[in-house]
Each structure stands twice: as C-alpha cells, then as structure tokens.
Design a protein around this ligand. Structure first.
Ligand SMILES: O=C(O)COP(=O)(O)O
Ligand SMILES: [Mg+2]
Length: 218
C-alpha cells in the first residue's frame, strides 16, 4: 500500500520550458549563437542545468563561461512564463488531506528549484525537497528515493514516484518504488510508456482516482 508520494518538478508539476528556453537563448545570444525553438530546448531537459547548458552550446564545445551565463539569465527569470500544470495544487492538497507524505524529487539545482516551488505556491505541501544537488546522486540514480524511504521508515513499495521523464521511472524502478509516468512532459521526445512505468497518466487529475491511492492515511 502506498504511504508516500514523490513528485518530479519540471514537466510534472510545472511547465518550466518557457523560462528554460528563454535563459538558454539568452546564453546562446551572448555566446554568438542563434536562438533555438522551445521544442529544441525541451529535448535538453531532464538531467539538470549543467547537462542542459552542455547540450545548449554543444556547437562551441561548452565554453567555460556558459554555465554562469545561463545561471544568471535563469535566476531572474524562473517563473516569468512558467506555469503550474492543471490541477497540480488540487492534487497535492487532496493527497495531503488523505494523509500521504509528500516530497519533491527534482534534478533541478536547489538555487533554482526552491525559489520556483516557493513562487508557485508548491512548497507547503512537501516534507522534503530533494534537488539535483541535495544528495550525492540524482535521478536516474535511485538514491533520492532510497533516502526518502529511510527517512520515512517505509518500504520502497510504499513510495510512489510521479514523473514525466525516463529518469524518474528508472530511479523508481531502481529503488523498487511504484512509478507513475505522466505523458506530455519533457522526455527527450520519447513516449513515457517505453520505459514501462507501473501506471501511465495523461493528467495529474487522474491521480485522484488511481486505485493505488484510494486508501486514506492519517
Ligand atoms: O532539471 C532538469 O533537467 C529536470 O528537472 P526535473 O527532475 O524536475 O524534471
Ligand atoms: Mg521532469
């Protein structure tokens, strides 16, 4: 039985691509590179900011100042055009009311993830915020999920991870947790079904009626 639910951030709770794309293009402009489309930047999301920057200036072989340029652009532009996914708050509130423990497990670095979840009103729902640089390894490594199970004294099979990327599903599978794949997020243009999550949902609202989450904890 599920006792806790961990949520991914980018592409699962927040449509963060517009601001990530804005920052990537601000960086590219300063490096003398042409702007790219949002869809292109969408394919670079998933392994944290450093990887995104690496992919966003691959033509130049990752200049030394690229990361700093991206970070200073993104820092002031975290939640300008980014929006919550439909029903994000309603679903978190309902799961919290049903007694589930909730955590955020994102590959986004703390300095960006924390202000973003604060700005969008998500922070109060989470007992733990595990960001890309919180622990020694990030998704697809199972470490953040194993860490949560230890903190909460629950078995891996009692923790569910909801995410939009194969990195989420692989982390859950590696930890022995239950995985829910959300379609339509940032998964390198691939169908989330290809990595075989335990459940596939097309909207967060579907979590409200997911059989595995019907029981109540308090
Ligand atoms: O920072 C990323 O690349 C992805 O972040 P996420 O783990 O919240 O989807
Ligand atoms: Mg994601």
């Amino acid at each position: 039985m599920i006792k806790a639910v961990a949520f991914d951030l980018d592409g699962t709770l927040v449509h963060s691509l517009p601001d990530l794309a804005w920052a990537a293009n601000a960086m590219r402009r300063q490096l003398g590179l042409a702007a790219v489309s949002e869809a292109t930047v969408g394919q670079w999301i998933g392994n944290g900011i450093k990887k995104l920057v690496e992919r966003a200036c691959a033509e130049l072989g990752e200049p030394a100042n690229a990361l700093a340029l991206f970070e200073s652009a993104y820092e002031g532009h975290l939640a300008v055009d980014s929006t919550l996914l439909a029903d994000a708050i309603a679903v978190l509130a309902e799961l919290e009311a049903r007694g589930f423990k909730l955590a955020l497990v994102t590959n986004k670095a703390t300095r960006f993830a924390v202000p973003l979840v604060r700005e969008l009103g998500l922070e109060p729902y989470f007992e733990h915020l595990l960001c890309g640089d919180t622990l020694a390894a990030k998704k697809p490594d199972p470490l953040p999920l194993i860490w949560l199970c230890q903190q909460w004294h629950i078995a891996p099979g009692e923790l569910m991870l909801v995410g939009d990327s194969k990195n989420d599903i692989q982390a859950a599978q590696g930890a022995g947790c239950v995985s829910v794949g959300l379609t339509g997020g940032y998964n390198y243009g691939e169908d989330i079904g290809l990595c075989h999550p335990d459940f596939i949902i097309d909207s967060l609202a579907q979590l409200k009626t997911l059989g595995a989450l019907q029981q109540r904890y308090s």
